[in-house]
Design a protein around this ligand. Structure first.
Ligand SMILES: Nc1ncnc2c1ncn2[C@@H]1O[C@H](COP(=O)(O)OP(=O)(O)O)[C@@H](O)[C@H]1O
Ligand SMILES: [Mg+2]
Length: 157
């Protein structure tokens, strides 16, 4: 399934819609190269899930956690992760046993140490300012979370 974002606001709004409809436990992988909009999308999801105020990018901290009225939310950016085992030191184990929202940028760097995804959101740049989202469902329950119908000409499933 594909969506198309003509500007960053559309990307953020799509994420916000997802954050409003999803139910925890929810594990979302955000895939794609630097600058494709993973953090923009994650910020929208967190806003929709009820995180107030400014959402920082976990570029240097690798993980940011939030307590919301809907439960805990975790935002990880594993770009700078040197070794999967480093995740243990970040304390992710504490969260693995409870229902939480997980948003994970660069999940391929933490293979073997992360929970299984419900949704994989793969972003790319179609042309300057125009980004694309391809959604890969990993679990059936995630299908009911998707906020907007796919963009007509890009709907392929
Ligand atoms: N259509 C679009 N969708 C999402 N982001 C866009 C779009 N057009 C431009 N941008 C810009 O691209 C950048 C994406 O950055 P970011 O979300 O941090 O990406 P990543 O986390 O994947 O490295 C932001 O500066 C955003 O404003
Ligand atoms: Mg990012």
């Amino acid at each position: 399934m594909g969506w198309s974002f003509p500007d960053p606001e559309a990307c953020h709004a799509w994420g916000k819609g997802l954050g409003e409809t999803l139910t925890i436990p929810a594990v979302i992988f955000l895939e794609g190269d630097l600058g494709v909009g993973k953090t923009t999308l994650a910020q929208g999801v967190l806003r929709g899930f009820g995180v107030p105020g400014r959402v920082k990018s976990p570029t240097y901290t690798l993980i940011e956690s939030y307590a919301t009225a809907h439960g805990p939310a975790l935002h990880l950016d594993l770009y700078r992760l040197s070794d999967g085992e480093e995740l243990e030191f970040l304390g992710i184990r504490d969260y693995l046993d409870e229902a939480a929202l997980w948003l994970i940028e660069w999940p391929e760097r933490g293979v073997g140490f992360l929970p299984e995804p419900d949704l994989r959101l793969r972003l790319s740049i179609a042309s300057p300012g125009h980004h694309r989202l391809e959604v890969l469902l990993a679990t059936a329950r995630a299908a009911s979370w998707l906020p907007f119908p796919p963009a007509g000409e890009e709907h392929d499933g």
